[in-house]
Design a protein around this ligand. Sequence first.
Ligand code: ADP
Ligand code: MG
Length: 624
Amino acid sequence: MSATEKHDFQAEVSQVLDIVIHSLYTDREIFVRELISNASDALEKMRHIQLTEADVLSPELALEIQLSADEEAHTLTITDRGLGMTREELHENLGTIAHSGSKAFLRNLEEAAKSESTLIGQFGVGFYSAFMVANEVTVSTRSWKPGSESLVWTSDGKTGYEITPSDEELPRGTRITLKLREECVEFAKTDRIRRIIESYSSFIPFPVLLGEERVNKVEAIWRKRKSEITEEEYTEFYKFTAKAFDAPRYHMHFNADSPIELNALLFVPTENTELWGMGQMEPGVSLYCKNVLIDDKPMGLLPDWLRFLRGVIDSADIPLNISRESMQDSALVRKLNRVVTKRFLKFLDGEAQSGPDQYKEFYAKFSRFLKEGIVTDFDHRVGLAKLLRFESSMGDAGGMIGFDDYLLRAKEGQETIYYLLGPDRATVEAAPHLEAMKARGIEVLFLTDSVDEYLLQALHEFEGKKLVSAASPGIDLPDDETSEKAGETLSEEAMTSLCDFFQSEFSDRLEKVTPGKRLISSPAAACPPEHGMTAHMRQMMQAMNPSEALPPLKAELELNPRHALVHALATAREQNPDLARLAAEQLLDQALLAAGLLEDRVGLVNRGYRLIEAALSQGETSKK
Ligand code: ADP
Ligand code: MG
């Protein structure tokens, strides 16, 4: 038998402990919930092991959680008959953390600890909350595996921990004893502990016993009728099922008999933890069959992009012995998936209509999931597209509209939904093509999220109306009064000659040059060729494969026949061809720059200096 082992905590664990102990002064009581939740997880796993493994230590033990508080000794003990831990598991589970190495993770934990300490459990470090109240924690444990050791893990939560073989033979499961700090002895009072369990742990699906008394109720509220459940009960259940401390952002509860017998209670959390640097969430809607948990993280029950949902789906039609592997192949599960996803999309659409402000907050945190769904899930693309929101040329900054609103206020006969892609509102608003749209009263959606470009790869239309970039070369807009007012048009002949000049001078950089009817105050506008890559995509390609040069970018250029600069350029070609060539190239580069397509900025700057010099010396000459 091995003797005492001493170990230092992994560096990140020490940091977590430091944050937990020093930044959390309020809500210390949450440690009770964290430890009960771990005990409940251990029992849940044990229940599963008993179904799948033949040889299990003490299969007769009741799956319960027992708490006892000792006011004299200043201790609190939490015991479960769950799966227990082996020596390796003790090291792995209580000496290291899964998100190690992520600086963002620690920073976010620290932030959360300062503002909302109750979120700590969501960071997967709940166990360490014991050290908020205890200066010594002892974990006595024995794994379910036949022949396992009885072990004792102890730590003061400072430098490290110790593992020793236990003097006595332990029953299966885990007993955690907290030696409470002086200022935390309140947690050795039975009444205090009872109140904490009642407020945080009442939905634990195993009996929670405090001394002789059972404290929690076990209730499948998802199988009750909506009218029988209060908001508080929903929130309480959410906190239990999502291991969350905040209130849910939305909840959707529905019962159906056809096409499938089904009770679903789904929650949208307040926070999107993927934005905290915690990596991909695991699916969080548990699958039950008539109150019996089948799987708490069922893959394939709902589409991947709905992994932010929490809650329960209960169907009497699901076979109890369905395995993880066969889940995705089951026609029944696929049906559940379709029915619930559709209902949820309809629900969100309703919320978006009835509570646009709240929906906007949801959207700010969760829109990435909807967009991911559009790209990856063809079946629900239409329902998802309805839920998208964008800023627009006709709204103020921050104002968001959907495709439905866009079409509702579009001009009669407008068969197209126009958009402009860009890194932010300011850049998009400066795009030369926007002014032509504005002048004609045509609304343009601003797609400024960095994933919007990928979105467009999957989404080409909405309700039969094509999505078209306002910067795309193909758009033919009728001339209107504004464009007539904008200035004298250069003759068609002169324009053709100027376009040909650009084309032949810069043939390696230009695909096509045309007179731009749509331009008003800009002399020129560039856009990627109709089927070419956008600037952002080129950057991505280059980043993925830095050693390989991309084929040169060839753009399409529009010249504004009414613009004074274009007139002057036509004249300069005859009088001062060298200067004209210089100015033409500068015009091209600036148009590319405005469109985010310029890849070599050095030329632009140097030529700029030469042009300034030329302009100033001309001034000199004319003064003389
Ligand atoms: P989380 O519960 O989010 O995984 P915790 O810090 O609460 O994070 O717990 C860390 C790990 O320690 C758990 O994942 C589990 O493997 C192990 N553990 C904690 N408490 C128990 C227990 N009572 N029985 C068995 N394993 C436990
Ligand atoms: Mg935990």
